[in-house]
Design a protein around this ligand. Structure first.
Ligand code: ADP
Ligand code: MG
Length: 593
């Protein structure tokens, strides 16, 4: 009968002796990691983690995975008992997180351990209680399908290790980190974490890595990252890396996953640092989340007791692959300005010709639309005017990577529907345009090349006195970003010129926005930060608004520009740009898989 069926076996000595030995349970986070690994290996789709007191008092992991039979439940808590491998040969090409059958016994040896587990077809479940390694009871009990494990009073019998623990906050932050890593590596899983009964996060399952990244890191971090999606010889690399313009002195996050396993790996880390090379100012570090997938036999996971490291069979190949993959978005990002729609605007003597955004977007640009035309040389009127260095920097090969775009239409006068590569995208016309404008403005600011466009008829602006004073104080800063105002009496101004890239817009409401932001700045904020928020406001006001009908060509235009910016996922204010469905996702929804 199913409830007594046994799948777990104690590994023969010949296999057990080949397993990298060492301490598994160093701190509460190690327990969480091992339990999560098991839950994922059990095919769970919903996992919830409850932690009390940084994990010292209680760690509880509940999953809806395959559960264990009456026979397996006690067996699982024995050393070297595993359902995942059985022969020495199985140690190469391991596809599960676990393989050595050591986690549960190691945890149960240093805690009060309770397990309640049931297979999905079973009528009852099994409860196992172990205290400091001694089995107290194994009982039949009613249980929901899946497994619930509670680890109470960790290290109660090993005061040495208990005293080694750090503060509750520190231990909990390690736990949260481990849980987030599990979420990043397993998209089709809902993951919930509580601490002392407070929900710390509850990530619904997702289908796109980008969406998980957004859940875990939030729009502020996403905003400064460039996506990576690259197929290299020997490795498939996905994830995100920091835009070097925005690299910080800190090193979080620096996450590496190899075949869904979170690892420390110097080969990969080194390749990333080398790719950034001179892109990074001194003292800045790249931050990144990299999902590296390689053939299972290319990687040995049995080299570290808590499986935190892996060894590549061919490290050089991996090093090259990572470097190749990381360079793509970096170079794209650096060369992108030269491809912005109003390329003329970057050339001083064309300033007067620059047109307002709305008009510019309607211009034909068909000649710029052939990314598959891999020569990359003859593609647009603005390009010939670009400096030679720009042309040298831009390797044609980069553009062959740009996916094919087919605009399907506009819906609700607000969303662009497009087929990009093999994904269906629903794009917010405002946020996508806003982001494209922002990137152009930001580059202009960074290279001190924001082109201005004088207004033929200077536009008068009247503001309340309370707003006029702070505005008068930042006129020089506004001038630096191409917005030239002149004071005309205590509360009146005229706008003389505006940044060419954004053109016509509602300047009064722009100034109101800027003033609102101004009240949130403080004296220690860097000029970059303040400028950033001014530029973000400009991009927002200059971008096509929701509710406006767009021509097919305009939509093509903005989507291509967005792709050339590395398809960032949010506008500068953190609002989403795209909702995407891969073909797999669609097939899954329609149950074609
Ligand atoms: P390993 O994961 O290396 O096999 P563990 O000690 O972590 O070793 O677990 C032993 C066995 O217990 C696993 O091989 C698996 O069969 C079973 N097991 C552990 N946790 C779960 C779970 N949450 N759901 C189903 N089975 C589990
Ligand atoms: Mg395990």
């Amino acid at each position: 009968m199913e409830s007594v069926e046994s799948r777990i076996k104690v590994l023969p000595e010949s296999v057990a002796s080949q397993i990298a030995a060492g301490e598994i349970v160093e701190r509460p986070a190690s327990v969480v990691k091992e339990l999560l690994d098991n839950s994922v290996d059990a095919g769970s789709t919903v996992i919830s983690i409850d932690v009390v007191n940084g994990g010292r008092t209680l760690i509880r992991v509940i999953d809806d995975g395959e559960g264990m039979s009456r026979a397996d439940a006690p067996l699982a808590c024995q050393r070297f008992a595993t359902s995942k491998i059985s022969h020495p040969g199985d140690l190469t090409g391991i596809a599960t997180y676990g393989f050595r059958g050591e986690a549960l016994p190691s945890i149960a040896a240093v805690s009060r351990f309770r397990m309640l587990t049931a297979r999905h077809q079973a009528l009852t479940g099994t409860a196992v209680a172990i205290e400091g390694g001694d089995v107290q009871s194994v009982e039949e009990r009613g249980a929901a399908p899946g497994t619930r494990i509670e680890v109470e009073e960790l290290f109660f019998n090993t005061p040495g290790r208990r005293n080694f623990l750090k503060t509750t906050a520190t231990e909990f932050s390690h736990i949260a980190h481990v849980a987030q890593q599990a979420a990043l590596a397993n998209l089709h899983m809902q993951l919930r974490l509580t601490h002392n009964d407070h929900v710390v996060f509850d990530y619904p399952k997702v289908t796109a890595l980008e969406d998980r990244l957004l859940q875990v890191y939030g729009p502020r971090v996403m905003d400064i990252m460039l996506p990576i999606h690259d197929e290299q010889v020997g490795a498939h690399v996905r994830g995100m890396i920091v835009n070097p313009y925005h690299a910080k002195t800190g090193r979080t996050p620096q996450e590496i996953f190899v075949n869904r396993r979170s690892v420390k790996n110097t080969t990969i880390a080194h390749a990333v640092y080398e790719s950034y090379g001179s892109f990074l100012p001194k003292g800045r570090h790249p931050t990144f989340v990299l999902m590296v997938d390689v053939a299972p036999h290319e990687v040995d996971v049995n080299v570290h007791p808590s499986k935190r490291e892996v060894k590549f069979r061919n490290p050089d190949l991996i090093h090259r692959a990572i470097k190749g993959a990381v360079r793509v978005p970096l170079q794209k990002n650096v060369t992108a300005p030269t491809l912005s729609p109003g390329s003329e605007e970057w050339v001083p003597h064309h300033v007067e010709k620059a047109k307002p955004a709305q008009v510019r977007m309607g211009e034909p640009f068909v000649d710029r639309l052939a990314p598959s035309n891999a020569t990359g040389v003859q593609r647009g009127s603005g390009r010939e005017q670009r400096s030679e260095t720009d042309q040298v920097k831009e390797s044609p090969a980069l553009y062959s990577l740009e996916p094919e775009v087919q605009i399907l239409g506009q819906i609700h006068a607000t969303y662009i529907v497009a087929h990009i590569g093999d994904e269906l995208h629903v794009l917010d016309q405002h946020t996508i345009h806003e982001r494209v404008l922002f990137e152009g403005l930001w580059r202009g600011w960074e290279s001190r090349h924001i082109q201005t466009q004088p207004l033929l008829i200077p536009e008068p602006v009247d503001l309340p006195i309370a707003a006029a004073t702070p505005l008068a104080e930042i006129l020089p800063e506004l001038a630096k970003v191409g917005l030239e105002l002149e004071c005309f009496g205590p509360s009146s101004f005229v706008i003389r010129s505006v940044p060419a890239l954004v053109g016509q817009m509602d300047y009064v409401s722009l100034l109101e926005d800027i003033l609102e932001d101004l009240s949130e700045w403080n004296s220690v904020d860097s000029l970059d930060k303040r400028i950033r928020s001014v530029l973000a406001s400009m991009a927002c006001k200059g971008a096509v608004q929701a509710g406006r009908r767009m021509e097919a060509l305009e939509m093509q235009h903005v989507v291509h520009d967005w792709l050339r910016e590395g398809s960032p996922m949010t506008c500068p204010h953190g609002r989403r740009i795209s909702l995407r469905f891969g073909s797999e996702e669609l097939h899954r929804i329609f149950r074609r898989l």
